[in-house]
Design a protein around this ligand. Sequence first.
Ligand code: SF4
Length: 265
Amino acid sequence: MTTTDTSFLNFPLRLSLFIEAVNNSTLNVKTCKAITGGGLGKGNTKMPGRTYGISAWRCITGSKLAEIAGSVCSICYARKGNYRFRNVKDAFLVRADSLVHPLWAEAMAVQIRRYSSDEEFRWQDTGDLQSLEHLLMIIMIAEATPSTDHWLPTREITIIRQLEKLVVAGQVTIPSNLCIRVSSHFNGQKPWRRLPEWCNTSTVDWEDAPDTCEAPRTDKNARVHTVEDFKAYTPQEKKDLDFGHCGDCRKCWDKDVNNTNYDSH
Ligand code: SF4
């Protein structure tokens, strides 16, 4: 049994039909990868879990911010380096286009159950939400993969507000294993305010942040080095220690951590 277009149904009914479809899915991994434009990303060795991203050139808010100096998006890694090569750029565009496939959500859930059970999963390591429907599909996938912790960073406040209306109306409940973090747009900017209570936030270089991501000082053995020690290391020592790992930290996925602050330096 596979899902058909159920987007016209009320969400609770749609969700229950979706979970039933995932439980009984006959999609194999090869087909799932084809449907979703290549399947899950392996992430990188420094962060836990697998990923799924789409083209950063399709970001609705991010594409405007990318033109503004000082915005976080103006130095977006997903618009630089290898991401500018035609074949890479096209591959991420194919993934963005795959969102409209009627079996996209089912194919994602099948892959996450297979490869990311009891692990973290990171949405939008490149790109951002495209629509309320995109966000609703991620919510359905999180519900269908309860042993996976999902982290969704986004700048799409408009879509968050659209979802808020459905939550207030009792149509949608945010899954306990999905942490939605709304990201501030500029370096130094404080966290967004007046967000729904189910939203978390993230900032870059916010000087009043109670703490900041320690990945830049966490080595390949998950040891967090002090600021003083880190500053004293030579470039070769830093290279040997291979900094930039999450280690044992999972704050980005932790709904009890209201805000995560990152250092741009
Ligand atoms: S806050 Fe923790 S989980 Fe998030 S990127 Fe930094 S080290 Fe990794």
